[in-house]
Design a protein around this ligand. Structure first.
Ligand code: ZN
Length: 81
């Protein structure tokens, strides 16, 4: 298995839109030579922090979504669309 399919298959659905259309975004920060990655959802939600590998970016996304879920459950009622 390649890193790409591994990372993509471990992505959880978006906590806000429930979508699974997330994609990886890469950038090279100032003063760095290596790319960093994060996961972005078309609805506008993205990982809070950049990671050095796609795998790490995927787990960062999953953690972000878990926190998002928790926060939403505590602070305001879930809307049913
Ligand atoms: Zn979304």
């Amino acid at each position: 298995m390649t890193e790409r399919t591994d990372a993509l298959s471990s992505l959880g659905p978006c906590a806000t839109c429930n979508g699974r259309e997330q994609y990886f975004e890469s950038a090279i920060p100032l003063g760095r030579t290596q790319e960093v990655w994060r996961v972005v959802c078309p609805c506008g939600i993205a990982s809070m922090r950049w990671s050095v590998t796609k795998i790490a970016a995927a787990s960062m996304w999953n953690r972000h979504m878990a926190q998002y879920e928790r926060k939403r459950r505590v602070s305001f009622p879930v809307k049913k669309w």
